[in-house]
Design a binder for this molecule. Structure first.
Ligand code: Y39
Ligand code: FE
Ligand code: FE
Ligand code: FE
Length: 230
């Protein structure tokens, strides 16, 4: 039997869909807002890449506006308090690293972990989104690959000097991603997004990024395992 017949129809106007959307949409809006802040901060920390980083931050603020329109289109009020809390730990870790001038940690958090999280969530969302949100999200995900690529290129060029800090930052921050995924598992499912698919897509993007930067398969296996039990 074709898979489509087994997939229950999503009702974008139902109360359960809209309730779940109020949290997932808020997470995405808050994430885009924080990504804007993070690239602005990176632009201060990396004067050689200032213009490029300001360019990336402007894309993030366009993404935020796009996702706010998606919520309005479904008459959903995003639960921004929930979303702020959702990002609090990653946000604090980025702020603390930036205050210490730890560019490598900042890039790992924003350009690798958060971008891979976004890429997996957006790729899994696109086939189950309403028509309006699908068009917006398709445009956004193309930009997220550019953001991931910025982090990969810089970390690859500075691999030997960054390796130890990357391992430590991975150890501190990857467990937060698994905890965040568990926290939204039920809401994501209500939107037609399975946690297993999100984890799989994230692991593929993140593993590929670590590989492009210069880590061995063995390193990647070890690094990916952090916090999987969280
Ligand atoms: O770089 C970016 O634009 C990333 C900030 C945006 C964050 C996206 C966070 C997506 C998590 C959604 C979880 C849904 C299951
Ligand atoms: Fe902020
Ligand atoms: Fe974005
Ligand atoms: Fe981004």
């Amino acid at each position: 039997m074709p898979q489509l017949e087994l997939t229950p129809e999503l009702d974008y106007q139902s109360a359960v869909y809209k309730d779940a959307y109020s949290r997932i949409n808020a997470i995405v809006i808050e994430g885009e807002e924080e990504a804007f802040d993070n690239y602005q901060r990176l632009a201060e920390l990396m004067p050689d890449h200032k213009d490029q980083l300001i360019g990336l931050s402007k894309m993030e603020s366009r993404h935020k506006k796009g996702f706010q329109a998606c919520g309005r289109n479904l008459s959903v009020e995003p639960d921004m308090a929930f979303a702020k809390e959702f990002f609090a730990d990653l946000h604090r870790n980025f702020q603390e690293a930036a205050a210490q001038g730890k560019i490598v940690t900042c890039l790992l958090i924003q350009s690798l972990i958060i971008e891979c999280f976004a890429i997996s969530a957006y790729n899994i969302y696109i086939p189950v989104a309403d028509d309006f949100a699908r068009k917006i999200t398709e445009g956004v995900v193309k930009d997220e690959y550019l953001h991931l690529n910025f982090g990969e290129e810089w970390l690859k060029a500075n691999f030997e000097a960054s390796k130890a800090e990357l391992e430590e930052a991975n150890k501190q921050n990857l467990p937060l991603v698994w905890r965040m995924l568990n926290q939204v598992e039920n809401d994501a499912k209500e939107l037609g997004m399975e946690k297993e698919a999100l984890v799989e897509d994230f692991m593929i993007s993140y593993g590929e990024a670590l590989s492009n930067i210069g880590f061995t398969t063995r390193d990647i296996m070890r690094m990916s395992a952090y916090g999987l039990s969280a």
